[in-house]
Write a protein of this length. Structure first.
Length: 200
């Protein structure tokens, strides 16, 4: 397996891969100054097609950009053995579930998402592709999160909420009402401080 992105987040992903029984060949990263991370070599060029890859980059836009390059990778889904994941959860390719995360019954998670350390996702939630749920964030039941949205550290979302595409929910925010696409939200209760129209 290769890890695409030799960042701090990449180090955590490497340990998830190790604990999940995978052998890591190398990191892939454009930074020519990086030669080794956690004693694994760093390659500056993408190896030939057909390799097993996890994108180990926390930035949602960059993960999407890599996928849209159309490289013929086999994207691996990782779930740390110390995560609690219901047997009735559906998880898309390339998604990473970190240690301590809890994902309850009938949750659907898209491709290339990050469910970070100790995050909690309750029943019947839907997360679209390229979503990042940060450490200690909590989603009540029946929450919908649109593509590319980042929910910050320790944020809370009450049950039944819809959050649009490519939103940023600030650390510690408490979301008690629906959020349109492209919004940045902070505070308790959450308030929109910035919004932008998304290109279609």
């Amino acid at each position: 397996m290769y890890l695409y992105g030799a960042s701090g987040h990449g180090k955590v992903v490497a340990e998830v891969a190790e604990e999940s029984g995978y052998n890591i060949e190398a990191f892939i990263d454009e930074n020519l100054m990086k030669e080794k991370v956690l004693n694994y070599p760093v390659l500056n060029e993408v190896p030939s097609h057909g390799i097993d890859v996890v994108i180990s980059i926390g930035n949602n836009k960059i993960r999407k950009r890599i996928v849209e390059q159309g490289e013929l990778f086999n994207y691996v889904t990782l779930s740390h053995p110390k995560a609690i994941v219901s047997k009735r959860v559906k998880i898309g390719e390339g998604t990473i579930v970190m240690p301590g995360a809890t994902i309850n019954v009938l949750v659907r998670i898209g491709k290339h998402c990050i469910i970070n350390t100790n995050a909690s996702i309750d029943h019947d939630c839907i997360l679209e592709d390229f979503v990042h749920i940060s450490p200690n964030a909590a989603l009540g039941g029946n929450v919908y999160v649109g593509e590319g949205t980042h929910i910050g550290i320790g944020a809370s979302v009450i049950q039944g909420i819809t959050i649009g595409k490519w939103c940023t929910i600030g650390a510690g925010a408490v979301i008690i009402s629906d959020i349109p696409d492209g919004c940045t939200v902070v505070g308790n209760p959450g308030r929109i401080i910035k919004s932008r129209s998304l290109k279609i």
